[in-house]
Write a protein that binds this ligand. Structure first.
Ligand SMILES: [Zn+2]
Length: 371
C-alpha cells in the first residue's frame, strides 16, 4: 500500500534558490523533450525517445540539479503522451510556462537519500536537510518511495512524502472493545462513553478572521470594468488564501488526531451512515456547522485507519431510530429536535446524543454478530 503525507517545510534562502532552480530545470527539460518529440514526429511520423541526459551537454546548468527530478519529468511526459494516445481523453501535452505551471518536482529515495531526520528535517538529494514540521510520523515499517517538493502561489513550500508499506493485519478485532459515535452538528460527535469529540475552538476564531479579511478583499475590487487587478487586491487575496489554507490544515490535523486515537483504541467502531447533504438542506441543526465541521471526512479517515489495522467499521442504517430508542429499556418515543435530554419512564435521564451513541453501538454490535 502507498500513503502520502504532506509536510510544511521552511527552506533556507539558499535551499529556496535551489528549489527554484530545480523547478526551472524541470520545465526546461520538459519543453526541450516535448519540442524534439513533436519535431521528430512531424518529420518521420514516428515517436522519439528522449532522455534528460541528452541535453546536459548543451545546457550545462541541468547538471546542477537533482537528476532524479529530471528523470521524473521524462516519466511524466511519457505518461502524458500515453494518456493522450491511449484514451484520447487527455489533451496533448502542453509546453510549461513559468507563469502558468505549478512549481514542483519529484525525486526518489535511493537508500536513504530522502529521509525524515530528528523529527524536524527532511533530507533531499542536492538540497540537504530542510527544516520541516513533522506533524505526522510514519509507522516504523513504512518506507519512503519518493518526495514531491512544491511551492504555493503565496511562496510557501511543502514536501509530499510517499510511503510504501505492507498491509499487515496484526490485530484481531475483539468485539468487546467497541465504541459508538453519534453525529453532533455543533461539534463533531458524542461517543457511547459520553465523551465529546469536537473541532478546536480557534477554528471558529480563524473563521472570524477570514470573514474580516474577505470583506477587506471585496472592498479592494476595482469599480471599473476590465480594470487590471491592483497590487493591493492581489496582496489581500494572498492573505485570504493563506487563512483558507490555515483553516484547512487546522481542521485536517484535528480530524487526523481524533480518528487516529479512536482507531488505535477501539477494535469496533459503530457509526450511523448519514446523508450530510440532506441534513444541511433540512436545516438539521446549524446548516453551516453541518457543512463545514468535516464529519464526512472524519468518517472516511476512521474507515481507512481501522481497515489498515484489520478492525471493524460498522455503519448503522440511517433509518435506524437511534435517537428515539431508550438505550436502557428499548422503548421507542418521539423526540423533537429541540429535546436535548432523553427522559424515559424507566427512570433513564440522559443527554440525547449520548443515548443515541449507545444505541448506535448496540445496533452495530448486533449487525457484527449476524454478519
Ligand atoms: Zn427506558
Amino acid at each position: 500500500m502507498n500513503k502520502a503525507i504532506k509536510y510544511r517545510i521552511y527552506p533556507t534562502t539558499e535551499q529556496a534558490d535551489k528549489f527554484a532552480q530545480t523547478f526551472g530545470c524541470c520545465r526546461k527539460v520538459w519543453n526541450l523533450m516535448l519540442a524534439d518529440k513533436i519535431a521528430y514526429y512531424k518529420a518521420t511520423g514516428k515517436s522519439l525517445q528522449t532522455t534528460p541526459a541528452q541535453y546536459k551537454k548543451e545546457y550545462i546548468f541541468l547538471k546542477e540539479v537533482d537528476s532524479l527530478a529530471l528523470a521524473n519529468v521524462q516519466l511524466n511526459l511519457q505518461s502524458s503522451y500515453k494518456a493522450f494516445f491511449d484514451k484520447k481523453r487527455n489533451g496533448f501535452p502542453k509546453f510549461k510556462s513559468r507563469k502558468h505551471t505549478r512549481n514542483s518536482y519529484t525525486t526518489n529515495n535511493q537508500k536513504g537519500t530522502v529521509a525524515i531526520i530528528d523529527d524536524k528535517y527532511i533530507r533531499l538529494p542536492k538540497i540537504g536537510k530542510v527544516k520541516a514540521v513533522i506533524h505526522r510520523q510514519p509507522d516504523a515499517d513504512w518506507i519512503i518511495k519518493s518526495a514531491t517538493v512544491s511551492q504555493e502561489s503565496d511562496g510557501t513550500f511543502y514536501i509530499s512524502v510517499l510511503f510504501e508499506f505492507e498491509k499487515t493485519i496484526t490485530q484481531v478485532a475483539k468485539s468487546d472493545n467497541v465504541i459508538g459515535l453519534d453525529y453532533k452538528s455543533d461539534g463533531l460527535y458524542m461517543d457511547s462513553n459520553g465523551n465529546i469529540g469536537s473541532n478546536h475552538k480557534y477554528y471558529r476564531e480563524s473563521h472570524k478572521k477570514l470573514a474580516k479579511e474577505q470583506r477587506r478583499l471585496s472592498r479592494k475590487v476595482g469599480s471599473k470594468k476590465n480594470q487590471t487587478k491592483s497590487n493591493n487586491y492581489l496582496k489581500q487575496l494572498k492573505k485570504v488564501n493563506k487563512i483558507h489554507r490555515h483553516i484547512t490544515n487546522q481542521r485536517l490535523d484535528n480530524l487526523h488526531k481524533l480518528s487516529t486515537e479512536i482507531a488505535n483504541q477501539y477494535d469496533v467502531v459503530c457509526i450511523e451512515s448519514l446523508d450530510m447533504k440532506a441534513m444541511s438542506n433540512k436545516g438539521f441543526g446549524n446548516g453551516k456547522a453541518t457543512l463545514d465541521n468535516g464529519y464526512g471526512l472524519f468518517l472516511n479517515m476512521l474507515e481507512y485507519k481501522l481497515s489498515d489495522k484489520g478492525k471493524y467499521f460498522i455503519k448503522v442504517d440511517k433509518w435506524y431510530p437511534s435517537s428515539q430508542l431508550c438505550s436502557c429499556c428499548g422503548i421507542k418515543r418521539k423526540l423533537t429536535l429541540a429535546d436535548r435530554i432523553y427522559k424515559c419512564d424507566c427512570g433513564l435521564t440522559i443527554d440525547r446524543d449520548y443515548n443515541a451513541a449507545i444505541n448506535i453501538k448496540n445496533e452495530g454490535l448486533r449487525l457484527l454478530e449476524v454478519a
